[in-house]
Design a protein. Structure first.
Length: 326
């Protein structure tokens, strides 16, 4: 392979703990190598399984300079011997070889902690892959996934999708791509509900939304539908508990700008805005009763009740009755 201006950088540092982003970064390095050499292959090895001679063999130039991507995983556990070997190699990298070092950013050993800084100094291309723990980060991720799939999504759609799928990035990415394909490119709350109708998380969410809104007929219908579809009892119970806790926290915080309240409550603005609408009709006594109901239900669906479906139906009815208590 002849080095050109389009040749991939010889050294990459993938830094963080978010698995999906790490896999994409590693795959991106391979794709870049294959632009220059379509026959380029990839070898991955955990740093704990690596020895200096094995590393030397992996990164040694081949006769025809075929493209290779060498990935060292879990580099935060690197020993001083292997760290020295890595730094020795990158001082004189071989043509056609891309070395990708995957590191959490932490490290127990001195060598593991020092490695990222050393690789930065050596000119490594850095790809940050931090865990997305904040609601705003997950919302941004969803919007970007929809955009990458060729679609667009509004704020209500983002909120509904996270409510439906949860925080797992792989599932969010998959759902975003499928929704864009199914909806013709425009994703909103109704599109999310249509797509996820019949899925476990959404059914639990649907039951909870109807229950805390005081819609008896719709809540019971959603619950029975969920039970017929085999939705785990614990998922419905968790959705009910989350809805009640959210309303209680937002109610206690008082009226305000959801964007300004987000940091204090640790919730995304769309969730606060929605809960503010749901707080109407809920008084302190009703919320206190509702909290007791969902706490009891949690134990019941985990084995305390002989009939968990009856326990769920009773809890839904009690939540509806609690709404309006003052």
């Amino acid at each position: 392979m002849t080095a050109t201006a389009s040749a991939p950088a010889p050294l990459h540092l993938v830094l963080g703990e978010e698995e999906l982003l790490i896999e994409r970064a590693v795959r991106g390095s391979l794709d870049a190598a294959r632009v220059v050499d379509p026959t380029a292959d990839m070898t991955r090895v955990r740093v704990s399984e690596l020895t200096a001679p094995v590393l030397a063999e992996m990164v040694s130039p081949s006769l025809f300079s075929e493209g290779r991507v060498i990935v060292i995983d879990s580099a935060q556990d690197i020993s001083q011997e292997i760290a020295d070997a890595v730094m020795g190699y990158i001082a004189q990298p071989a043509e056609g070889i891309v070395l990708v070092v995957v590191h959490t950013g932490g490290g127990r050993s001195k060598a593991g902690k020092a490695l990222p800084a050393a690789l930065r100094k050596a000119g490594a291309v850095i790809t940050e892959c931090p865990k997305l723990t904040k609601p705003a980060e997950r919302e941004s991720f969803v919007r970007n996934e929809v955009r990458l799939a060729g679609g667009k999504i509004n704020a209500a759609g983002v909120g509904a999708l996270i409510d439906a799928v949860g925080s797992d990035l792989r599932e969010l990415s998959s759902a975003a791509s499928q929704l864009v394909a199914d909806s013709g490119g425009t994703v909103d709350e109704e599109a999310v509900h249509r797509y996820h109708r019949g899925k476990a998380d959404v059914n639990g969410f649907a039951v909870a939304e109807k229950a805390v809104s005081g819609d008896r007929a719709a809540a019971l219908e959603s619950l029975r539908w969920a039970m017929q579809l085999g939705v785990p009892h614990v998922l419905v119970a968790d959705a009910l508990a989350d809805a009640v806790r959210t309303i209680a926290r937002v109610s206690a915080a008082g009226r305000g700008n959801p964007n300004q309240m987000a940091g204090e409550l640790g919730m995304p603005p769309w969730k606060i805005r929605k809960a503010q609408g749901q707080t109407r009709g809920w008084g302190p006594d009703g919320l206190a009763d509702a909290m007791r109901v969902v706490a009891r239900l949690n134990a019941e669906v985990k084995g305390a009740a002989a009939d968990p479906e009856y326990a769920l139906e009773r809890a839904v009815l009690e939540l509806i009755a609690a709404k309006g208590e003052n």
